[in-house]
Design a protein around this ligand. Structure first.
Ligand SMILES: CC(C)=CCC/C(C)=C/CC/C(C)=C/CC/C(C)=C/COC[C@H](O)COP(=O)(O)O
Ligand SMILES: CC(C)=CCC/C(C)=C/CC/C(C)=C/CC/C(C)=C/COP(=O)(O)OP(=O)(O)O
Ligand SMILES: [Mg+2]
Length: 276
């Protein structure tokens, strides 16, 4: 057992980014940073939920990851599978305690989101496109979580739409990348059921929809500083081009990684636009 596996299995980069997105949702909802306690609680509930979701995901993906991701903690033997499931349940439980400290709506939304992550990992992932929609909905729910925590919506809805669309694109393209392991385990992902090329068209279409949606806040009067999104949109369009040009594993990997970079840069742009 490696101690660092307890950090690694949670995918801390995703969790930290998700936590920032939760707080960003609160900021764009009320137009300023909420009080320190609410900010900390929103960050913790989203981060712990994302950590629990990633951990339970690796628990159920053990056979697939032995082929696709043999370097991950469970397939390489750095953590036992029983330890992983208890660890994920602990992360979810602590997250729910913090959610209860925010307000009843924040507690209920966390309960639904945590249950959805468990259900995705346990049963929904192999369903063509349904699994992709569940993950994308969870990422879209993240800025909404911040808004629910401050009991106001504001521009958080726009963030949610962008988060949903870009993650549908990324999840479909990740399935194109993972088709070998998914085939071996009999998972019926979209590229397997519909063909890699059709899946690539769908992924690219959602990437283009993300670019269109990224200008929604301007219709709400967000200022010129928002044009920092233009380079982000160019990266998204290039990711769409890559997956249309080739559906081989390497092209799909580059495309989905570029979308992840665009998510990080977009979140930073939104954060600067909201705080400056
Ligand atoms: C225009 C534009 C791109 C706006 C950004 C919208 C926005 C706020 C996106 C944030 C979405 C979010 C909550 C991201 C958290 C981290 C994340 C990528 C979660 C989804 O992870 C699922 C994925 O399958 C994990 O795979 P991997 O990243 O390879 O470990
Ligand atoms: C709204 C609240 C309270 C929490 C949301 C928490 C967040 C940000 C969830 C985003 C989606 C997410 C990280 C879900 C966890 C499960 C997961 C890692 C799905 C993707 O896994 P796979 O589809 O197996 O892809 P991998 O190959 O990366 O394992
Ligand atoms: Mg997985």
């Amino acid at each position: 057992m490696e101690f660092k596996a307890f950090i690694e299995i949670t995918r801390p980069h995703n969790c930290a980014l998700a936590g920032v997105v939760g707080v960003l949702g609160s900021i764009v909802a009320v137009g300023h940073l909420p009080d320190a306690l609410t900010t900390a609680l929103v960050f913790l509930v989203v981060t712990l939920g994302c950590a629990g979701g990633n951990t339970i995901n690796d628990y159920f993906d053990y056979e697939i990851d032995k082929i696709n991701r043999p370097d991950r903690p469970l397939p390489r033997g750095a953590m036992g599978r029983r330890t992983a499931i208890y660890y994920s349940l602990l992360l979810f439980a602590v997250g729910l305690v913090f959610a209860y400290m925010i307000n009843v709506y924040a507690f209920l939304l966390a309960l639904v989101a945590y249950a959805a992550m468990f259900l995705y990992a346990w049963k929904l992932k192999p369903l063509p496109f349904v699994g992709n929609l569940v993950v994308a909905s969870l990422t879209g729910a993240t800025p909404l979580y911040g808004a629910v925590s401050v009991e106001h919506l504001g521009l958080a809805g726009y963030l949610a739409v962008c988060a949903f669309l870009v993650n549908v694109a990324r999840e479909v393209i990740k399935d194109i990348e993972d088709i070998e392991g998914d085939l071996a385990k009999g998972a019926r992902t979209l590229p397997i059921v519909w063909g890699k090329r059709n899946a690539a068209y769908l992924g690219a279409a959602f990437a283009v929809l993300t670019v269109v949606a990224s200008f929604l806040p301007i219709t709400a009067g967000v200022g010129l500083g928002y044009y920092a999104m233009v380079p982000v949109d160019l990266i998204i369009l290039y990711a769409a081009y890559l997956i249309l040009r080739s559906q081989e594993r390497e092209a799909a990997h580059s495309s989905q990684k570029l979308l992840k970079v665009s998510i990080f840069l977009a979140v930073m742009a939104f954060l600067v636009a909201a705080l400056v």
